[in-house]
Ligand binder design. Structure first.
Ligand code: FES
Length: 194
């Protein structure tokens, strides 16, 4: 079917408009690279912090200094002992919420998304995307005698930049442990000393 001059002009204009629109979209909303939102991608690295309190065994288990990594995958929390106190750090990066990794060689927590780094106290390194430290979770002792355990509450978190790192709720003193309850050797869950 032959097009009239007017119909031809209208159709040509529509094609040009669609082409320009398509080009604009591809500039502003680029297709994510393969894997960006799939397994191992940035979306996949978003932290999965536990939503309920949980227990992690007796305090004496953490007497040896180090980063205890065994609950990080399941709970999104780093347990860090300096031999004097135990703290529970949220593994969630404070920049945009990815899960940090532990680098035993550098003794730091590192974010795979934009490379922010935090020391073992959770303090952010200067110059990184993350502008504040990792958050501490509430820790407390529950139970009595030999059944006493450390309880971590990731629903109650505390920020250093807001002066919320109150030792009364964010640290458990290891120095007060009776000598008989302290292990002679580091526990198997400790990957390296801090
Ligand atoms: S989410 Fe960690 S540096 Fe951006």
């Amino acid at each position: 079917m032959a097009l009239t001059r007017r119909e031809f002009t209208t159709a040509s204009g529509a094609i040009v408009a669609l082409t320009v629109l398509g080009a604009g979209c591809s500039r502003e909303d680029p297709k994510p690279p393969p894997g960006a939102n799939g397994p191992g991608g940035k979306k996949d690295r978003k932290a999965k912090l536990a939503t309920e309190p949980f227990t992690v065994g007796p305090l004496a288990k953490y007497a040896a200094p180090g980063v205890y990594t065994d609950i990080k995958e399941a709970k999104g929390v780093w347990l860090v002992s300096d031999g004097k106190a135990l703290v529970a750090l949220s593994a969630t990066c404070t920049h945009s919420g990815c899960t940090t990794d532990y680098d035993a060689d550098n003794k730091s927590f590192e974010c795979p998304c934009h490379s922010s780094e935090f020391d073992l106290q959770g303090i952010n390194h200067e110059g990184g995307k993350a502008k504040r430290p990792l958050e501490r979770c509430k820790v407390e002792l529950v139970g009595e005698g030999s059944a006493q355990e450390v309880r971590v509450d990731p629903t109650k978190r505390f920020r250093k930049d807001k002066d919320e790192w109150d030792a009364a709720v964010t640290e458990l003193k290891l120095a007060d442990l009776p000598a008989a309850t302290q292990p002679a050797t580091p526990p198997a869950t400790q990957p390296s000393e801090s």
